[in-house]
Structures are given as structure tokens and as C-alpha cells.
Design a protein around this ligand. Sequence first.
Ligand code: GLU
Length: 421
Amino acid sequence: MNNPFQNAMKQLDNAADIINLDKNIRVILEQPDRVIEVAIPVKMDGGEVKVFTGYRSQYNNALGVYKGGIRYHPGVTIDEVKALSFWMMIKCATVNIPMGGGKGGVIINPKELSIGEIERLSRGYIQKIWPNIGSDKDVPAPDVYTTPQIMAWMRDEYEKLVGHEDPGVITGKPLEDGGSEGRSFSTAQGGVYCIRELAKKMKLNPAETTVAIQGYGNAGSYMAKILYKMGYKIVAISDSKGGVYNADGINPQKADAIKEAGGMLGCYCLGSVCTLEQVPGDGTCRGITNEELLELDVDILIPAALENQITIENVDKIKAKAIVELANGPTTPEADEILRSKGIILVPDVLANAGGVTVSYFEWDQNVKGEHWTEDDVLEKLEKIMVTAFNEVWDTKEKYNIDMRTAAFVKAVERVSAKMT
Ligand code: GLU
């Protein structure tokens, strides 16, 4: 159940029905152009070789080169990668950047590998897919558990194989390696621009707005820090090990310090690293599970982890007034329908987390032109794109009396299909 690709196709159907999408375009959009499956042999530190499975799905390039991250996660499946590449196509089209949809994944738990093994895996992945990528073909980037350092190894391996420089082959690189200013926090920053626009529509004022964030990776942790600085009240955060709720608000810098010292987020209540038994189970500040976080009575709930978190199983317990999806695919289509009927506003992933790929597009653009833009320039351009897209989606929602996800898909599918005919 909850096959992400089937969910993605249901979302496509909803939008295609609204605009009466041409049947011939529709059948093409129901499949990726190409899915590459590779076996990646990696020499482990102990001397033995292990073979990992990787994928790259190239969904559609009507608007521009295939674009999208590479995920390292034990739960990667071919259908997940296909769905994520489809969502990349919709995402780029929603924010109107000239990029197509792609995504990669390797079935691996990177926490079980040494740095050296991760480097060899990353280079090995490129050794298998290099003929299919390039700044004029398909441009990967970071996603769950992949980092700027991994992008730098991949760029290096690619350039060795093709025998010439091509910094735009991959984005999300470290600054000193052709990366863009602002890329590290751009996914969160794009989501913040959406929240700012949403707050205007909902007449929310930051100091009185409570926020819960599920997932404390690149997107979630920057989101917590930016919103905290803007005066929002972050009452709950979590990572894969569990989370913390504090009715009086959470200071993300202090949460970072606990994590960096090797503690669970629940130790936040005690102010120092602790054991699971020491985390308070009740009171103003207490440890919570990821499931409990989703069910908190907050103004804004931000899923920033993985797919299929808000499903038919728990949707009736969701109490948030608005949901802003920083993760890809956190809500299933069945849950979407119930949220809509309950009047909960949902800013969909393809809009809310598009800041990442938008600054990736800027990075690629700078690389191919040999330029380096300032952080102010990057943020000014990002803000314009996000605010325009948010309001276009909002207006489309009002025009057809639909939810924001279907509205984003309507805008996106219109743009992609116009290029395909
Ligand atoms: N992995 C990010 C996403 O899902 C960024 C992709 C990119 O920068 O190409 O949007």
C-alpha cells in the first residue's frame, strides 16, 4: 500500500481531469522517459566487495534538462525514485524554471558506511551512470542523506571520465567547488517565503503562530532556525530517533548543540546529553514520537522527512490549521481528500520545497555562464520566483475551487504539455 508512484499518478489524474488534458499527452506523462538501474561494487574497508543497487529515473525534459537529487536510503525503491522524478518535473514547472524531472537513489544505509566507503560508493554510482548525465542532459543534486561533499566527489569522478570540466553536471556542490551562495538553506528559505505568503492569506502573526517540524535534516533544521529568527514559536521538532515538544518554544541552536554532542532531541528538556530513560515523558517539555508530533494541535505542521507520513491511518488525528510540505510526498491522496474536507490548508511539496531546486537551477546557470552571484542576488531571485509561484497556485485554487496541490499540478501540467505539443 502507499506506493509513491501510484500516489503520484492519482495526483496527476486529479489535475488532468480539471483541465481536460489531451489523452496523448496524458499517456506520455504516465511513465518516465527512462529508468536506469545499476549495480555498484564497493570495496569495503575490510577488503571485501559489496554490491549496491542504484537507480536514476529521467521523467521528462520538455522544459529543460532532467533535474533532481540523489537519495541514499535503505528504503529506496524503483517506484519511489520514479515518483520523486515525476514530482521534480511538476516542481520545476510549478515554479516555472526551465528544468525537467529526474531523481536518483541508492539502496543503502549511509550511517553504516565509513566516509571512505561513501566516497567509493558515490564515485562508483557515477562510473555507472555517467553516459546519461551532464550539464546539457541530466543534472543531479543532493537529497536525503547526500551532501555537498558527495556532490564534489561525483563532479570529480564525472570530469575524470569525460576528460573535461563540466561544473554544471551536478548542483548542491560546496561553495569552493562551484556551489552557489544560499544553496545550503534554499529549500527551507523557499518554504519560508511560502509561509510568509500563507500567513498573509490566513492573517497569522508570527509571535502567536505555533509550528511543529517533523525531520531535522537539511530542510527541517534550517527551517526551524529561520522561522525561529522571524519570531515564530517552534513547539516541536523530531528526527529519525524521536523528538521533543516544548509548550514554551524550542531554540533550534540549543537543539543543534544537543544533537552535535550525540544526544537525542528529547534531551533538550534537560539541556544536556541524556539516556532515553531520562527524557521526561510528560510536562511542558517532554519527549515525543514522530507520530505524536504529527498529531499536535499547532498552527503550522511541517513534514520535512520522508513520504507517506500523513495517511488514511492518522489523518483524522491531524489538528494543525495548515500543513507546509517540506518533504517530498508526505501526504497520500486519500489523506489529502480528508484534509481538504476538514478545511486544513496544505501547501504542497512541489511548491513548498521548490526553493532547493530553484537555487540548484541558479547554480547550474552560474556554472554554465562562468559567473558567481552574491547571496543577496540569489535570495532576491529566489523570493521573486517563490512569491510569484505561490500566488499563481493560490489564484488557480480559487479559480477552480480546488486544493493547492491540484492547483500546482494544473499550472505545471499546463506548462509541460504546452511544450510537448
Ligand atoms: N532534492 C531536492 C528536491 O527534492 C533538490 C533537487 C535539486 O536541487 O535538483 O527538490
